[in-house]
Design a protein. Structure first.
Length: 86
């Protein structure tokens, strides 16, 4: 992959090799993360909406973490083979 590849290209490549289950899901997580990263002191409803979106996707994020961890353990055992590193 070229060093100047876009983030979308990198995600698509990771999906293609099986390192992540879905590039589109990763993009959705990124949108939620960006919403949480912004401060909305003047709009508590917007802040609450961002938090609720995060909570709704937390289980999916946990599944993604386990998927990627398993991929690393399988393909890079010297890196991902240690137990207990949650």
């Amino acid at each position: 992959m070229p060093a100047n590849a876009t983030f979308a290209e990198k995600l698509n490549s990771l999906e293609r090799i099986g390192a992540i289950p879905s590039a589109e899901d990763w993009r959705k997580f990124r949108v939620v993360r960006n919403a949480l990263a912004h401060e909305y002191p003047e709009d508590p409803e917007l802040r609450a909406s961002a938090i609720n979106r995060f909570l709704e996707g937390a289980a999916d994020l946990s599944l993604l973490y386990r998927f990627v961890k398993e991929y690393i353990a399988t393909h890079f055992p010297l890196i991902g083979g240690s137990e207990g590193n949650e």
